[in-house]
Design a protein around this ligand. Structure first.
Ligand SMILES: Nc1ncnc2c1ncn2[C@@H]1O[C@H](COP(=O)(O)OP(=O)(O)OP(=O)(O)O)[C@@H](O)[C@H]1O
Ligand SMILES: [Mg+2]
Length: 246
């Protein structure tokens, strides 16, 4: 690995410790009030928000390191259920905006209950019962990162709904993330996968993000031997379909 990149990744790596200390501190104040003193409702809300954002930062740090690992072609496969992947990813995303909804989604026991809870946020899931419970052998953190980035984009650009369809085709897991937003003109279908490219960067000052998500998704997918297909056009929403071999 190039020396400068090692230095950069080492720096990102070392962010993990102070972040863990911040997280543990907030957790103590929130959950050990007998020891640290009682909190008012407003204080607890501020701390909960700080905690959520600390968790987001931790996830981003881990993702950065994961992309580095991926560039070196390191894959670590584990066994996990599709339900755990989808539920875990959605809870993480929903928690950023609405902790209560995220908690409710997290408590879902059955597939219909889970579907119903996410439908309330305009997310529609289509998956067969047997697949939902299926054990996968894949790189879990890469799979999660891919799904999280596609869902975050879809939720950011949708008008009112996001459709998540998961299926098996041959020896591939297929995940389609569809939104009903403005869509992506065909001229941009290649460019949106370049680092730092954002279609609407010039005409909107409120765009959040860095134009790195899709570039990262591509790197991770390539290493997993997967493929990505984009079906979109102006005014037609966008469907990102990923195929990952088992
Ligand atoms: N579902 C979508 N609908 C419309 N445009 C999209 C969609 N997904 C991505 N884009 C376009 O592609 C660009 C690149 O997406 P990408 O995920 O790489 O970056 P980002 O979402 O802007 O920022 P980041 O993911 O780094 O937070 C976006 O800025 C947007 O212009
Ligand atoms: Mg993005």
């Amino acid at each position: 690995m190039e020396r400068n990149r090692i230095k950069f990744e080492f720096l990102v790596h070392d962010l993990k410790v102070p972040l863990a200390v911040i997280e543990a501190g907030i957790l103590s104040l929130l959950h050990k009030q007998d020891k640290y003193g009682p909190l008012t409702d407003r204080q607890a809300k501020v701390l909960e928000r700080a905690l959520r954002n600390t968790i987001v930062t931790r996830t981003l740090v881990n993702d950065t390191l994961e992309i580095g690992r991926s560039t070196e072609g390191i894959i670590s496969k584990t066994r996990f259920n599709l339900s755990a992947l989808v539920l875990g990813t959605l809870v993480e995303i929903l928690d950023l905006n609405d902790h209560e909804v995220a908690e409710k989604v997290k408590q879902s026991v059955t597939l219909p209950e889970f579907k119903n809870n996410i439908t309330q946020r305009g997310i529609y899931l289509e998956v067969e019962d047997a697949l939902w419970e299926k054990e996968l052998l894949l790189d879990e953190s890469k799979s999660k990162q891919i799904l999280r980035n596609l869902l975050t984009n879809a939720l950011k650009y949708r008008k009112s709904r996001v459709d998540l369809k998961i299926s098996i085709s041959g020896n591939h897991l297929q995940i389609a993330v569809r939104d009903d937003g403005e869509g992506i003109p065909t001229d941009y279908h290649q460019r949106i996968f370049e680092c730092y490219f954002q279609m609407d960067a010039k005409n909107s000052s409120c765009v959040r993000g860095h134009g790195l998500g899709l570039a990262g998704v591509q790197v991770l997918l390539e290493d997993m031997g997967g493929q990505l297909f984009l079906d979109s056009d102006v005014g037609k929403g966008a469907t990102f379909l990923v195929k990952i071999p088992f």
